[in-house]
Design a protein around this ligand. Structure first.
Ligand code: C2E
Ligand code: MG
Ligand code: MG
Length: 713
C-alpha cells in the first residue's frame, strides 16, 4: 500500500473505532434527513381535535419527537401553542355550557309563558353563541370569546331592563360573565366588561329610581342600588385578583414548560443526531426503518438497508491524525447523502460505519445502482487539510421483508454482507444470502467452542526442535499450540489463532502458552537438556492490549526459568505499528535478558529500519522461501541475500521449514546458523519429544538429541 500523505489509498485492517471525544462539530452536514422526508406523516400539531386535557398532555410529548417532526421546532413556541389551544378549548366549553343553560332557560320560560321577549332574546343569543363556537373552532379564539361575552352581556342587560331591574336573576349572570372573562385570561377584555357592567347596573339603578324605567312589578330602592353595586364591586375585585393570580401562575408555568421543553429538545438532539456529521443515529434509523417497512407492506414494495464501512479508515486516523479522520467522515457523510433520494435515510452508526435505508424499492437492480453510485462518489479524490485522499468503502445489503422484517435482523445481515464484501477485496458491494448466514452461524459456533476450550483447558503445546546446523545440536524448541477438541479432533493454530485474535481471547490463550512453555522448558533442562531454551510465538494483540511484560516475568518466575532461555517470536506486522508502547515493552524485556526473533521474515512488510531499531537476536527466514529454494533460483538467491543481510545486522539466522538435505546444504553454504523443519522433526507432543531423546539421555552424558540429529544429517 502506498504512502498516505499524498493521493493516499485509505486502508483498514481491523475495525477499531474513533473516539467520539475527539470529534468536533462540523458544519455542512445534513441537518437530519428526517426533516426532509416526505412520508406524509400527519403530526399531532396538524390535528386540531383536542378534546380533553389528557389529549393536550399527549400532544406536549409528541410535539418534541424528532422522529416525526423537524428537530428545530421551537420549544417556547410549542408551549405558546399549547396555551392557545388550551384557551380555545376552554372558550368552546364555556360557549357550550352557556348554550345549554340558555336552552334550559328558554324552555323554562316557554313552559311558564313569561312572554315572547325572553324567547326572542334567548333565541337570538343561541344563534350568536353558535356563530361564536364556529369562530373559535376555526381558530378565531379571541374574536369568538369577545363576541360571546358581549352578546351574553347584551342578552342579560335586555332581560334585566325588560323585567325586574336590579332584582332580576340576570344580575347574577353578570358575575358569571366576569368569571368567564377572567377564565379566558384577557386583561383589557375583563376590565372593559367589568366597567360596562358596573355602569349598566348603576344606570339601571338610577333609571329605576328616577322613573326612566318601570320596575313596578318588582320595585327596589336606592338601598338596593347601593348594595348591588357594592356586591358587584367586591365580586369584580375578587375575580380580578383571582384572574391576576391565575395569569401569573400560568406565565410561570409557561416559562417552566418552555425550559423543560428546551432541555428536552437539546437532549433529543444529542441523543438522536451524530455531532460530527449531523446525520441521524441508530435510534432514528430504527424509526425510519419501521416506518419504511410499514409503507412498503402497504405498497407491496421493499426496503433496502445498506451497511457501509470505510476501507482502511484506521490507517488515516493513525497516520494523519483524528482531525483529518473527522474531515473524511464528514465528507463521506455528505457524499452518501448526495447519492440517495430525498425520502431515503442516511445515518451514522458510529466510527466509520454508516447505514442507508432506501424505501420503496422494487428489486435488487435498483439497489445495485444506488450502491454503485455511492461507491463511485466515495472513491473520487477528496482534499482534507491539504491532504489529497482517496477513500473506498465496502457495502453490505439486506432487503426487507425478504431477509427479515425487524431492524436488528436486517442490520445484522447487512453487516454480515459487508464483511463478505470486505473479504472479497473491498471497494465493492454484496447482497446478503443464506450461505453467508450459515458461514456466520458457523463462525459464532467456533467462537463459542473456543471460549469453552479455554474453560475446559483443551490446548496442548507441541514442540519442534531448533538445530544448530554446524554441530547438529538441538539448542531450543519452538512451542506450537494445538487445540485438542472434546470430539478428539486436533485443530492447528492457523484455524483458531485469528479468531482468538479478533475476539481478544488471544490474551488468555497467549498467557497460558507462556506459562506452560516456560514450565516445560525448565522441565527439559531438569531432564538433562543443557542450555536448552524455548521459543514462544506472540501475537501483536498481546503487545497492544495485554500487560505483556508483567505476564512474561510471572511466567518466568513461576517456572524459575532464567530469562535468557526464553525467546519470543514476533512477526513483522507488529513492527509496522511503530508505537512507543510496543518499543518500551520490547526494551524492558530485552533488558531482563529475554531474546527476540523476527518470525516469517520476507512475507510481511520487511522494513529493514525497524529490524535494526528493535535490536532482534534472531531472524527466521519464512518457509515459503526455503520450501522451493532448490527448484526456484530466485528464492535461493533471496535466502542467501537474507542470510547475508541478517549477518550484517548482527542477527543470527534461522531457516524455517527445512525438509530436505539439499535445502540444508544451500542454507549452510549461505552461512545460516540454525535450522528448523520437518527434516529434523515436525512439531510433536512433549512425550514424543522425550521419546526422541530418551535413548540418548540414557546412553550418554552428552547433549542427547544432537546425536540423534547428527545421525539424521
Ligand atoms: P510459525 O511460528 O512460523 O511456526 C512454524 C510453522 O511452520 C508451524 O506451523 C510448523 O508446524 C510449520 N513447519 C515447521 N517446519 C515445517 C516443515 O518442514 N514443513 C512444513 N510444511 N511446515 C513446517 P503450525 O504449528 O501450524 O503453526 C502455524 C503458525 O501458528 C505459527 O507459525 C505461528 O505463527 C502460529 N502459532 C503457533 N502457536 C502459536 C501460539 O502459541 N501463539 C501464537 N500467537 N501463535 C502461534
Ligand atoms: Mg514462530
Ligand atoms: Mg514462522
Amino acid at each position: 500500500m502506498g504512502k498516505i500523505d499524498n493521493q493516499s489509498q485509505v486502508g483498514l485492517e481491523d475495525r477499531e473505532r474513533m473516539h467520539s471525544t475527539d470529534l468536533k462539530p462540523v458544519s455542512g452536514g445534513k441537518q437530519g434527513k428526517t426533516a426532509k422526508s416526505d412520508h406524509g406523516v400527519k403530526t399531532e400539531q396538524d390535528d386540531a381535535g383536542y378534546h380533553s386535557d389528557m389529549h393536550l398532555e399527549l400532544s406536549l410529548d409528541n410535539s418534541s419527537d424528532p422522529a416525526i417532526k423537524p428537530i428545530n421546532a421551537q420549544p417556547s413556541k410549542a408551549v405558546d401553542n399549547i396555551v392557545e389551544r388550551f384557551k380555545a378549548l376552554r372558550t368552546r366549553q364555556l360557549i357550550v355550557g352557556v348554550f345549554i343553560a340558555t336552552v334550559i332557560v328558554l324552555i323554562n320560560n316557554l313552559f311558564h309563558g313569561r312572554g315572547t321577549f325572553v324567547v326572542q332574546v334567548l333565541s337570538v343569543a343561541l344563534v350568536v353563541y353558535t356563530f361564536c363556537y364556529v369562530a373559535v373552532r376555526r381558530g378565531a379564539v379571541i374574536f369568538g370569546g369577545f363576541l360571546f361575552l358581549w352578546s351574553l352581556y347584551v342578552a342579560l342587560t335586555l332581560l334585566m331592563i325588560q323585567y325586574s331591574g336590579l332584582r332580576d336573576p340576570a344580575v347574577l349572570g353578570f358575575m358569571a360573565i366576569l368569571v368567564f372573562a377572567a377564565m379566558l385570561n384577557h386583561k383589557a377584555h375583563f376590565l372593559g366588561l367589568a366597567l360596562t357592567i358596573g355602569i349598566t347596573l348603576l344606570a339601571v339603578g338610577i333609571a329605576g329610581q328616577l322613573g326612566g324605567l318601570d320596575f313596578s312589578n318588582n320595585p327596589f330602592g336606592w338601598d338596593t342600588v347601593v348594595e348591588v353595586l357594592i356586591i358587584y364591586a367586591l365580586a369584580s375585585y375578587a375575580i380580578w385578583t383571582l384572574a391576576n393570580d391565575l395569569r401569573f401562575t400560568l406565565k410561570r408555568l409557561q416559562s417552566e414548560n418552555s425550559k423543560v421543553l428546551e432541555s428536552k429538545h437539546a437532549y433529543k438532539k444529542i441523543a438522536h443526531y451524530d455531532h460530527l456529521t449531523q446525520l441521524p443515529n441508530r435510534i432514528i434509523a430504527l424509526e425510519k426503518f419501521n416506518h419504511a417497512v410499514y409503507h412498503a407492506q402497504r405498497q407491496n414494495s421493499k426496503v433496502a438497508v445498506l451497511f457501509i464501512d470505510l476501507d482502511n479508515f484506521k490507517t488515516v486516523n493513525d497516520s494523519l491524525g483524528h482531525s483529518v479522520g473527522d474531515g473524511l467522515l464528514v465528507e463521506i457523510a455528505n457524499r452518501l447523502s448526495r447519492s440517495v433520494r430525498d425520502g431515503d435515510t442516511v445515518c451514522r452508526l458510529g466510527g466509520d460505519e454508516f447505514l442507508v435505508i432506501l424505501d420503496d424499492i422494487a428489486d435488487q437492480t435498483e439497489v445495485s445502482l444506488v450502491a454503485d453510485n455511492m461507491l463511485q462518489e466515495i472513491a473520487s479524490p477528496l482534499d482534507i487539510e491539504e491532504h489529497c485522499l482517496t477513500a473506498t468503502c465496502s457495502i453490505g445489503i439486506a432487503i426487507a421483508p425478504t431477509d427479515g422484517k425487524d431492524f436488528d435482523t436486517i442490520r445484522k445481515k447487512a453487516d454480515i454482507a459487508m464483511y463478505k464484501a470486505k473479504n472479497a477485496g473491498r471497494n465493492g458491494m454484496m447482497f446478503f444470502d443464506d450461505v453467508m448466514n450459515k458461514d456466520m452461524l458457523a463462525h459464532i459456533d467456533r467462537v463459542n467452542s473456543l471460549r469453552n476450550a479455554i474453560i475446559n483447558e483443551e490446548f496442548v503445546l507441541y514442540y519442534q526442535p531448533k538445530v544448530d546446523l554446524k554441530s547438529g545440536r538441538v539448542f531450543s524448541a519452538e512451542a506450537l499450540i494445538r487445540w485438542h477438541t472434546s470430539e478428539g479432533k486436533i485443530i492447528p493454530p492457523d484455524e483458531f489463532i485469528p479468531i482468538a485474535e479478533n475476539t481478544g481471547m488471544i490474551i488468555e490463550i497467549g498467557q497460558w502458552v507462556l506459562f506452560e512453555a516456560c514450565r516445560q522448558c525448565k522441565e527439559f533442562q531438569r531432564n538433562g537438556l543443557v542450555d536448552f531454551s524455548i521459543a514462544v510465538n506472540l501475537s501483536s494483540i498481546q503487545f497492544r492490549r495485554g500487560n505483556l511484560e508483567a505476564v512474561v516475568i510471572s511466567a518466568l518466575e513461576a517456572a524459575q526459568l532464567d530469562p535468557s532461555y526464553l525467546e519470543l517470536e514476533v512477526t513483522e506486522s507488529l513492527l509496522v505499528e511503530n508505537s512507543d508502547d510496543i518499543r518500551s515493552q520490547f526494551r524492558a524485556l530485552q533488558k531482563r535478558g529475554v531474546t527476540f526473533s523476527i518470525d516469517d521474515f520476507g512475507t510481511g512488510y520487511s522494513s529493514l529500519a525497524y529490524l535494526k531499531d528493535f535490536n532482534f537476536d534472531f531472524l527466521k527466514i519464512d518457509r515459503t522461501f526455503i520450501g522451493d529454494c532448490i527448484e526456484n533460483e530466485n528464492h535461493r538467491v533471496l535466502c542467501q541475500a537474507i542470510v547475508t543481510m541478517g549477518h550484517k545486522l548482527q542477527l543470527l539466522v534461522v531457516a524455517e521449514g527445512l525438509e530436505t538435505q539439499q535445502q540444508i546444504d544451500v542454507l549452510t553454504d549461505a552461512g545460516c546458523e540454525f535450522g528448523q523443519g520437518n527434516f529434523f522433526s515436525e512439531p510433536v507432543p512433549v512425550e514424543t519429544f522425550y521419546n526422541l531423546q530418551s535413548i540418548d539421555i540414557r546412553s550418554s552424558n552428552q547433549d542427547p538429541i544432537s546425536d540423534y540429529i547428527v545421525s539424521l544429517v
